[in-house]
Design a protein around this ligand. Structure first.
Ligand SMILES: Nc1ncnc2c1ncn2[C@@H]1O[C@H](COP(=O)(O)OP(=O)(O)O)[C@@H](O)[C@H]1O
Ligand SMILES: CC(=O)N[C@@H](CCC(=O)OP(=O)(O)O)C(=O)O
Length: 291
């Protein structure tokens, strides 16, 4: 489909009120491993992030990389399992997780953003003591008998935004890997949704966008639920409609809202220009979570 120059101008003009709404505001975008897709899609994502920065929005990218970690662990013959959407992470696994997340994936995203004309700065939670984590308990903590030892899986405990405050608003785009230090200097693997939620909360972000590989939260018949309240979420977890990797995602939404983030959206990062659709059109996308 070709768009006439007239239509192009109209589309840009219609984006103006949306751009004004987010002017100088911080938007945290969680880029999930499943949303990353092929090289061309990753480049388009990077262009969209640079476009946000160019329109005076302050984008902060937090990335995941679950499938990429799984591929590397597989190559090394290390078995891995999940409990409640979190990877049980032993000492050997945490080394690989850090290597893949803070190493290859982080630098790839930084490079794509830079090639698109932005200035990205790749960091993880260890930098500048941005995130200090404690050991996470199992998801079924309520039932002591069922407690799962997740190993080196962390839950953010203290967020220090000093480094981010130096970067944000200065034409630099932070790209954050969800790795953090513990109080004794140990390395913790943090679910990227959880990490993004805490960062968004600490920065009092205007929006937190969680990009994944499904259109949003789906009901039992796989239909998109456009809006959900915190209470709705609790019911959907209890009746099993929300499971696996979607659990840390919706829990993140609740934490972020509690910490003062204005709006949280779960959306399909595989849709072309998902971020622009959500922020710059009336159309919106995915599931909006509210109080
Ligand atoms: N109710 C639900 N709606 C949508 N996805 C769900 C739901 N319950 C479980 N899921 C699963 O959660 C996955 C998204 O979480 P995850 O795989 O961790 O994504 P990401 O890598 O983007 O963080 C979906 O692909 C789907 O398999
Ligand atoms: C504790 C835990 O589960 N950490 C995740 C970190 C990466 C992540 O969350 O990646 P996605 O966003 O692509 O799922 C993991 O090891 O897979």
């Amino acid at each position: 489909m070709t768009v006439s120059p007239h239509d192009q101008a109209r589309i840009l003009s219609e984006a103006l009120p949306h751009m004004q709404r987010y002017d100088e505001e911080t938007v945290v975008i969680k880029y999930g491993g499943h949303a990353m897709g092929e090289e061309e899609a990753a480049r388009e994502f990077a262009r969209d992030i640079v476009l946000l920065e160019q329109t005076a929005i302050n984008p902060v990218v937090v990335h995941g990389g679950g499938p990429q970690i799984a591929a590397m662990l597989g190559r090394l013959g290390i078995k891995s399992q999940f409990s409640g959407g979190l990877r049980v992470t032993d000492a050997a696994t945490v080394e690989i997780v850090e290597m893949v997340l803070a190493g290859s994936i982080n630098k790839q995203i930084v490079s794509h953003i830079n090639q698109a004309g932005g200035k990205a700065v790749g960091l993880c939670g260890k930098d500048g003591n941005m995130v200090i984590a404690r050991k996470a308990g199992g998801p079924s903590e309520a039932s002591v008998a069922d407690v799962v030892d997740l190993g080196f899986v962390g839950e953010p405990e203290k967020i220090d935004t000093t480094v981010l405050d130096q970067i944000i608003g200065r034409e630099l785009i932070p790209v954050l890997a969800p790795i953090a230090s513990g109080p004794a200097g140990e390395t913790f693997n943090i679910n990227a949704d959880t990490f993004a939620g805490y960062i968004a909360g600490a920065l009092k972000a205007k929006r937190l966008l969680l990009l994944t590989d499904v259109p949003g939260v789906l009901d039992k018949s796989k239909k998109l639920i456009p809006e959900l309240s915190v209470n709705d979420i609790r019911k959907l977890i209890a009746d099993g409609t929300i499971s696996g990797g979607m659990i840390p995602k919706v829990e993140t939404c609740i934490t972020a809202l509690e910490q003062g983030v204005e709006g949280v959206v779960i959306l399909d990062g595989k849709v072309k220009h998902a971020v622009l659709l959500e922020l710059f059109t009336d159309h919106g996308a995915g599931t909006l979570i509210h109080r």
